[in-house]
Design a protein around this ligand. Structure first.
Ligand code: SAM
Length: 234
């Protein structure tokens, strides 16, 4: 089971995504366990202040280091002093990729920290964060949506979470496709307004079908993401 703790100012944002569909079922069947921690519970004053103006001036507010450090300590205590792998969601982090997702899915304890406002006091990052992860080169209002993206991607690689074990293995970027994009997929009917499903998919010939899928994956990757073919074992 993967234990995921999330420190956030907006735990209510996670209700829908973590209770519905595949992730909801994974939580119910205890393949993953997700605990949300309200950062304000670790504020040091009666106004529950967790942010302050940046030193040196500039726009926005910065999340204070002490409540974040206390929240991390609290999570460690909950897990008998075991230090979880601590990730800060940040646009300045390394971009999330399939191989990073696979690496995180092998861990036993993950702690995700959601930033907000202008960002997080650097001293918290230096003292408590193992790595910073971005979900892409753009800026969101907070780390909650990135944390949901990360949890979703990681969870579906945990054995038993997807109904059909093979489907993650043959998805885009996965080792089953050597990191290529998956090609097109079709369902019934075999023809719509003159558009026919490719013959290979209807032939019942497994070898022909696999060859076609492979060719389509290479074609799709060459057209859309040619840089992925650079490391590809031709
Ligand atoms: N001032 C920061 C900067 O320029 O790098 C951006 C802060 S952003 C408005 C607030 C928070 O949203 C960040 O601390 C981070 O937790 C989260 N965030 C925003 N964009 C993100 C992204 N692309 N990936 C991961 N987290 C992101």
């Amino acid at each position: 089971m993967l234990q995921i703790d999330i420190i956030t100012l907006f735990p209510e944002m996670f209700d829908g995504p973590f209770s519905a569909s595949i992730i909801g079922r994974a939580v119910e069947s205890r393949l993953i366990s997700i605990d949300l921690h309200q950062l304000r519970d670790f504020a040091h004053d009666r106004h529950r202040t967790v942010d302050d103006e940046p030193f040196g001036g500039g726009p926005g507010m910065v999340l204070k280091a002490e409540p974040l450090l206390d929240a991390v300590e609290h999570v460690e205590k909950l897990h008998s002093g075991l230090k979880p792998h601590t990730v800060l969601l940040s646009p300045q982090g390394k971009t999330l990729t399939h191989s990073k997702v696979a690496e995180l899915s092998e861990m036993a304890n993950l702690l995700l920290v959601c930033g907000h406002y202008e960002g997080v006091d650097q001293r918290f990052i230096d003292a408590a964060v193992d790595e910073e992860i971005s979900i892409g080169d753009y800026v969101l209002t907070g780390g909650e949506l990135p944390a949901m993206v990360l949890v979703d991607a990681v969870s579906r690689l945990i054995p038993g979470v997807l109904g059909d074990e093979q489907s993650a293995e043959l998805d885009s970027f996965a080792p089953g496709l050597d990191g290529l994009l998956q090609g097109p997929v079709y369902t019934r009917p075999a023809e719509i307004n003159g558009q026919r499903v490719p013959d290979e998919l209807l032939s019942g010939d497994h070898t022909r079908l696999e060859r076609w899928r492979r060719e389509q994956a290479v074609r799709s990757t060459r057209e859309r993401r040619p840089e992925l073919l650079e490391d590809w074992p031709q």
